[in-house]
Design a protein around this ligand. Sequence first.
Ligand code: SF4
Ligand code: SF4
Length: 416
Amino acid sequence: MTNRTISQINEKIENGEANIYTAEEFKKLIKNDEAPSYDDVDVVTCGTCGVMSGTAAILNFIISEPGEFIRANEVYLNGVPAYAGPCPNEWLGSVDVILHGTAHSIHDENYGGGFLLKDLLEGKSIDVRVESAEGKTIENTITIDDITRGQIIGARMAFKNYTAFTNPNKDSVKSIFAATPLEGNCSGLTFSGCGDLNPLQNDIPHNVIMEGCKVLINGAQGYILGDGTRSSPEKPNLMLSADLCKMDPYYLGGFKTGQGGEIYDTVAIPIPVLNKEIYQNLLITDDKIDLPVADIKGRHLPLDNTNYAAMWDGNDLRPQYDSDKCCDCDRCSVENVCPTNAFKNRKFNIAHCFGCGMCANFCNNGAFNMKTGDVDLEINGSKVNIPIICRQSDRLRGNKLSLKLKKMIENKEFKL
Ligand code: SF4
Ligand code: SF4
């Protein structure tokens, strides 16, 4: 049971002898009492996907011939405002911008930076409007091929600790934690977090997850820049960065909330099993990971506690849509609440689905079917059973990216 070095694990990978598991595979074995021993596991690839508000993109693209304007003062992409600069690009006809994933279109608050970046990566044309310093308006369209450089910086990604929310008050409350106002009297619960698949949950002391490590962000290889904003030892998160143009649009996108469009991302991180302590930390399972439940209005004081087994165990990751049961209602409640617009014009695009569960909870005619679960809690002295109505994390995407990372390591496309 000796310690190993990264070089020794890399040598095993080179020789095709390394034992690599995704977190999902590893946790399944633990839950079946078949956990591989320390000697039989070299790397576990962990993943998480969720709303990550701290995401921004730095972009450079050409908008006109050189000499047409001095420099940009304001830039809008499909109506989403981006900050011009920091480089002025004087008389060059190109612009540098910083786009916030949480920025909202001036035409539609439900369309924002997350939706825009997905559209861009999917190869769609983007309308650009530049207001120049000398008062000119320049309009053009661009595609991903016109982006000369694009980099994502996530100021606060891969959170470990979340709080679930319910609304014990009488009136409904609009918030960023659900696509619709959360109705009162504890009528629903919304939560985030991929539980025992989350990278930081599997390396709580940060033995291996640290500044400079390589990661996958939305499918592109990137790096940990350091701790994220508001990160603390008790509630850590990471600042990450990767090349936007190498990302896979499946893994990022927009997410509608009660306060307008947000952005979701997917992150996968390898955990090399260098010693027994790292191995022990990987043995954590959903039932051991607490999830406080708070009042959506107060936010910080927990009303009660649950855990991630109650959120995920036995529940579905995607809905089933039965078009025969769809009554073509005048106003479709699913199209109204679906945070990713996966159901649009009565068509279900499962590739855009996030598995949030809102459709199954809001379609009164049973066209969408999905088990999202419920939880027994004691709130203000009363026992209540609360249905889980919205998930803002997607274990399916987290799993898929972990699997992609495992394959990349096995195929020697990603070196530890
Ligand atoms: S609410 Fe349900 S039944 Fe009505 S149009 Fe939407 S999906 Fe179809
Ligand atoms: S689970 Fe339903 S509401 Fe949620 S993203 Fe998928 S289709 Fe939309």
